[in-house]
Design a protein around this ligand. Structure first.
Ligand SMILES: [Zn+2]
Length: 162
């Protein structure tokens, strides 16, 4: 590379070779497929995808894609490569799975909180209603509960939080 630069042999003219060509110790051609996505000032980016996917696979994949989608593909590959290095077994699937578990746990918390609200409303309404109309109030509240798709309304007498 030094020889090329000092001899003025690089066709690209100004600027250093891209991070990919530098790592691969090859000449960076004017139409280098890596150059727009792997600038010389961020060598770690290409090193990571090279380590996980291999330079020739990255090259092949980029060549097969329309140019306007290559930027997104590179972002995706860098993300996946980093995830794969952190978690060699599951890669980014591990991250997705963990986020899905969090979503499930949070949905349960929301459902419990909604049930708690309905429970408290029911108790409040029943306490305020005259004893003769309590059955009517309770059945009308049950309809509301069904409409709000609350699945925990059966257990009105038990505290919902333990
Ligand atoms: Zn290059």
């Amino acid at each position: 590379m030094k020889e090329e630069e000092s001899g003025g042999g690089r066709k690209q003219g100004a600027g250093p070779p891209c991070a990919a060509c530098k790592l691969l110790r090859r000449r960076c051609p004017r139409d280098c497929v890596f150059a727009p996505h792997f600038p010389a000032n961020d060598p770690q980016k290409f090193a990571t995808v090279h380590r996980v996917f291999g330079a020739s696979n990255v090259n092949k994949l980029l060549q097969e894609l329309p140019e306007h989608t290559r930027g997104d593909a590179v972002i995706s590959m860098v993300y996946e490569a980093n995830a794969r290095l952190r978690d060699p077994v599951y890669g980014c699937v591990g991250v997705i799975s963990s986020l899905q578990q969090q979503v499930g746990a949070l949905q349960n918390q929301v459902a419990l909180a909604q049930a708690e609200v309905v429970h408290m409303r029911l108790r409040q309404t029943l306490a305020a209603a005259p004893s003769s109309s309590r059955g009517l109030v309770a059945s009308s509240l049950s309809r509301d509960i069904n409409h709000s798709q609350c699945y925990y309304y059966m257990d009105m007498e038990e505290p919902l939080w333990s």
